[in-house]
Design a protein around this ligand. Structure first.
Ligand SMILES: O=P(O)(O)OC[C@H]1O[C@H](OP(=O)(O)OP(=O)(O)O)[C@H](O)[C@@H]1O
Ligand SMILES: O=c1cc[nH]c(=O)[nH]1
Ligand SMILES: [Mg+2]
Length: 215
């Protein structure tokens, strides 16, 4: 199942517009903050699909019948661009455990790129609800490689994949190779450059957030 935030108008449009805006991007703190608050919005949307149980909450004036979340997801993100997105999810699921994967697209001399997965550190994911977040879903290779690795290592109960900007091609790739995941994206663009950057996209999210990378 694929959920696209911009299918209905909301304040998320505003945050995504600011992320895309080549002038507003120049303020890297605002760029990171927009990724973070899109993580908060996406976390809220995903939370609607979780399971809740009735609980009596004692207030100073009486007892409130509430329905509370029965379990927290584990939040996993792909470094670098994922870091502010992860913080947004953590602001909402503030009791969640976190996992980190350092994966990046290394461009070979041929112009082709391969995904280098250099570091992975996650809690035990057996029988857990897992949200894997990365702001950009271009070819889908990074997310497919990382999620397939996690799915082979653990018996994950429920997998959600969250991105802000996805290409249609990347969405199709993820849906084909990770059919068991619920996919949540902010907006979908239809084109990739020869270097597999999303068009119109927003540029290089990790570089805009943290500076141009060396490799
Ligand atoms: O869907 P894909 O084609 O795999 O592309 C998406 C990935 O590419 C970018 O990472 P990058 O290699 O630029 O690292 P960075 O996040 O550290 O900038 C982006 O941050 C995603 O992780
Ligand atoms: O457009 C893109 C594609 C991959 N990674 C990015 O940061 N931006
Ligand atoms: Mg990047």
């Amino acid at each position: 199942m694929i959920h696209i935030l911009t299918k209905e108008n909301s304040i998320a449009n505003h945050f995504i517009s600011e992320l895309r805006d080549k002038e507003i991007q120049k303020d890297s703190m605002r760029f990171r903050r927009n990724i973070e608050r899109l993580g908060e919005v996406m976390a809220y949307e995903i939370s609607k699909t979780f399971t809740y149980s009735p609980q009596e909450i004692e207030t100073p004036l009486g007892v409130a019948e509430m329905h509370t979340l029965i379990e927290q997801p584990v939040l996993i993100t792909l470094i670098r661009a994922g870091l502010p997105y992860h913080q947004g999810f953590l602001n909402v699921f503030d009791q969640a455990e976190s996992g980190f994967i350092a994966a990046y697209r290394h461009t070979k001399k041929s112009g082709e790129f391969e995904i280098h997965r250099k570091y992975e550190n996650t809690p035990n994911l057996d029988e857990r609800i897992v949200i894997v977040s990365d702001p950009m879903l271009a070819t889908g290779k990074s997310l497919v490689l990382c999620c397939r690795e996690l799915l082979s290592e653990y018996n994950i109960k429920e997998l959600h994949i969250a991105a802000i900007i996805a290409s249609q091609e990347g969405l199709d790739h993820v849906r084909a190779f990770i059919s068991e995941a619920q996919i949540w994206v902010g907006d979908v663009d239809n084109e990739l450059t020869s270097k597999s950057y999303i068009v119109p996209g927003l540029g290089d999210a990790g570089d805009l957030a943290y500076g141009v990378k060396e490799h």
